[in-house]
Design a protein around this ligand. Structure first.
Ligand code: GLN
Length: 416
């Protein structure tokens, strides 16, 4: 069976493809030349299955502010929470990403997702005495492991940003004047700008985001890279401050901890379930990708991903697969949301299904959400196309709508 998930992702891309609102960031000269029409979407589950759509899913772009949560997590892991909290707070700022602002009471940047906080956190990596080169290398090495491939820095872009970095330099001077950083303002901004200039693809970002979702184990390579505590705290800050002054509306509407970057990337992380990433360079006035935000709204709504919705608890959707003569019986269980349905379809396509008839037993399923039902039915339809006779055992009527997308009906069996 061919997995239907890339088709769903393509549907989402098709929905937003023609929208041309927003502007490409132009305060960094090299970003101004980016192709505004580039578009990609990728998703990685905590079991390490990666799906992508769009002809630009493997195109590289600079990570920009999406680097902030990962460097924050690295600092938490290297120094512990208390030491990191000495230089940065955890409160949402409700301000622009490049605001020249510190907390009125303690002079710390309010959170690590705005530039002031990210410059302060960058300075903690590899110790306060580290050279810029060693600090940046430590970050590049972690990002490479998070992505599962060797990443490089776009030196041209970094130099072009540094050339006009008056605002970030002012922030760094301000941090130095309060004793929050020790390096010269120029070195601090050079280090931070290099961190922002690491080249990633949409696919890389989905896997990196999924590593936060697992609590720190890179789901494809299996390598533990971050501690569960560091991931938890990072996701908490992403949920309140990841979308800058749009964070409150984002959490209400989309409900996924997220981080955006000015080159057009956007990541979302559903703890325990998924990492999602999108790429589309045109930005809104808050510096968030216009089509990226729209794609996340659609994904959250269609796939039932809002973190605050009641159907988020996730169990493996497949209880057992057994063979009985010509029949293969697939027993499902629990709440079938997107993640559970992905697990079911993955099991069905990986399993060497024998016999001629497949019976899907949903008697132990407590409920399907809309996306779970849609995906399981689509899986059955595709298995039927592959030549299996497919039917469903649904004594409690949990599937509710037995019509396939092509208008035919799912066969039912009365007894098992
Ligand atoms: N390097 C960029 C800057 O500091 C990152 C900002 C962003 O992506 N929002 O301006």
């Amino acid at each position: 069976m061919k997995m239907p998930i890339p088709d769903y992702l393509t549907e989402i891309l098709d929905h937003v493809r023609d929208s041309d609102g927003g502007e490409v960031a132009d305060y960094i000269p090299e970003l101004a030349g980016a192709d505004p029409d580039r578009l990609a979407l990728a998703l990685c589950t905590t079991s390490g299955h990666v799906y992508s759509a769009g002809e630009h899913a493997d195109v590289e772009f600079t990570i920009q502010s999406i680097s902030k949560p990962f460097v924050f997590a690295l600092a938490l892991q290297e120094l512990g929470t208390d030491a990191v909290m000495e230089v940065v707070g955890l409160e949402p700022s409700g301000e622009a990403f490049n605001e020249l602002s510190l907390d009125d009471n303690d002079n710390r940047p309010v959170n690590p997702m705005i530039n002031a906080g990210a410059i302060a956190v960058n300075q903690l990596i590899n110790g306060v005495d580290s050279s810029v080169e060693e600090r940046v290398e430590k970050i590049r090495d972690l990002f490479s492991r998070l992505a599962g491939r060797e990443l490089r820095i776009d030196g041209g872009l970094s130099a072009s940003e540094l050339d006009g970095a008056d605002r970030n330099l002012s922030i760094a001077h301000m941090l130095r004047s309060y004793g929050i950083i020790r390096d010269s303002a120029h070195d601090a901004v050079r280090s931070y700008t290099d961190q922002c200039s690491i080249l990633v693809t949409t696919r890389d970002l989905a896997v990196m985001s999924a590593t936060l979702a697992t609590g720190g184990v890179q789901p494809v390579t299996g390598e533990r890279l971050l501690s569960p505590e560091a991931c938890r705290l990072t996701l908490a800050v992403m949920s309140s401050a990841g979308m800058y002054d749009g964070a409150g509306r984002w959490m209400a509407g989309v409900g996924i901890p997220a981080k955006s970057g000015v080159s057009g990337g956007l990541i979302g992380t559903l703890p325990g379930q998924l990492g999602i990433a999108s790429f589309s360079p045109r930005l809104d006035s808050q510096g968030n990708s216009v089509r990226g935000v729209r794609m996340f709204e659609l994904l959250s709504h269609d796939m039932g991903l809002h973190l605050m919705s009641a159907d988020q608890q996730s169990v493996p959707g497949v209880r057992s697969i057994t063979r009985d003569g010509d029949d293969t019986v697939i027993r499902l269980q629990g709440t079938i949301n997107f993640t559970a349905a992905e697990n079911i379809l993955h099991e069905l396509s990986a399993h060497n299904l024998g016999g001629t008839r497949l019976v899907l037993d949903v008697s132990r399923v407590t409920s399907f959400n809309r996306m779970g039902r849609r995906m399981v039915k689509e899986g059955l339809r595709r298995l039927r196309e592959d030549g299996f006779r497919c039917s469903i055992f649904d004594p409690d009527g949990v599937v509710t709508n037995l019509e396939f997308s092509d208008g035919t009906l799912v066969d039912t069996v009365d007894v098992l």
